[in-house]
Design a protein around this ligand. Structure first.
Ligand code: BG6
Length: 318
């Protein structure tokens, strides 16, 4: 390995000359983050195996969001509101945050990057709320990938704002019909394929044999994706994000998407850590206090919000 390849953080050019940051961990794992969308497009383990799915037809060109990896859905999840689907954060240019506020806990990893998104004048016309969205992407010592979002309401009008959110992670799987998700069985979900109607999941584990687009509610902090063929388990841990969206477009919808291969649905599964059913409400920084008691409230109004999505990858035996 050459010296330049060992650098833990490197800013370089990606597809179509777009800026990307490459993170490298000493044992060989890596990740790539495009400033366009604040979008993680690659996460490789120490054997160089790609763990995220990115479509071979992905268009790395604004205003189209990148199909695959980890789009950030903010300030709106999907079509749950008046904005463009999944909000605008995924097709804006983020900046490198050179002076991020300190984190309460420090990681020993040197392979991390801090990005920031602030609304432009145009953004304020479609969503009239000032904010600072800070995203830290860290590649941990064992090759774990961790995304932490810190969002602040910076408006001067004294008004709170509300939003929905998702880390829309596309996992790479060997064969969707051999994959199982654990941690969501018996939970309630809203079915996007049936007018967002509420149902309760039946059966022991979640498996796939047709299109699925469900928002599981009040999910546990740990969810697992078991890929038997690859002998791989993804473990997703989350904090501050109660919901989990499970999506696979299957064959018909796959064919209808211009930036997605006809058969690619077989090799991907989205499990998205999210806040959809209940919006997150943020009061402006510096205005009145709602600390301790806000935690017990049903729809707490917070001063700032931090949502963590850690993707821990394990290899299991046969
Ligand atoms: C999922 C939604 O999160 O994203 C689906 O639940 C949607 O309804 C999918 O089809 C992909 O969305 P987009 O906008 O990236 O094509």
């Amino acid at each position: 390995m050459s010296n330049s390849e060992r650098v833990p953080v490197e800013l370089c050019k990606g597809v179509n000359g777009l800026d990307k940051v490459v993170l490298r961990e000493v044992r060989g794992s890596s990740a790539e983050v495009y400033l366009y969308g604040g979008h993680v497009t690659s996460w490789k383990n120490e054997h160089g195996e790609e763990l995220l799915f990115v479509s071979s037809k992905a268009i790395f060109k604004p205003p189209k969001p990148i199909r695959g990896g980890i789009p950030i859905c903010f300030p709106q999840f999907s079509n749950h509101g008046p904005l463009e689907p999944h909000g605008f954060a995924r097709n804006r240019f983020w900046s490198i945050d050179t002076d991020p506020p300190p984190f309460p806990t420090t990681s020993s990893s040197k392979a991390f990057v801090d990005l920031i998104l602030k609304p432009s004048e145009e953004d304020l016309k479609i969503w009239p709320h000032s904010f600072e969205f800070r995203l830290r992407v860290t590649l941990g010592p064992g090759g774990d990938l961790m995304l932490t979002s810190r969002i602040r309401n910076t408006s001067t009008d004294g008004k709170p704002f509300s939003f929905t959110f998702a880390y829309h992670t596309y996992f790479s799987v060997s064969d969707i019909s051999e994959v199982r998700v654990e941690g969501l069985e018996t939970l309630d979900y809203l079915d996007n394929l049936q007018n967002k109607e509420r149902f309760t999941e039946q059966g022991d584990a979640i498996t796939f044999e047709s299109e699925v687009d469900k928002i599981y509610l009040s999910t546990p902090t740990k969810i697992a994706i078991l890929d038997h063929e690859k002998k791989r388990t993804f473990v997703i841990r989350k904090d501050g994000l109660p919901d989990a969206v499970v999506w696979n477009p299957w064959d018909k919808k796959a064919k209808a998407m211009a930036d997605f291969g006809d058969d690619e649905y077989k090799h991907m599964l989205c499990v998205e850590t999210a806040a959809v059913e209940k919006q997150i409400t943020l009061k402006p920084v510096g205005s009145l206090i709602l600390r301790g008691s806000s935690r017990a409230a049903k729809n707490p109004i917070l001063g700032s919000k931090s949502c963590t999505g850690a993707l821990l990858q394990h290899v299991v035996g046969a």
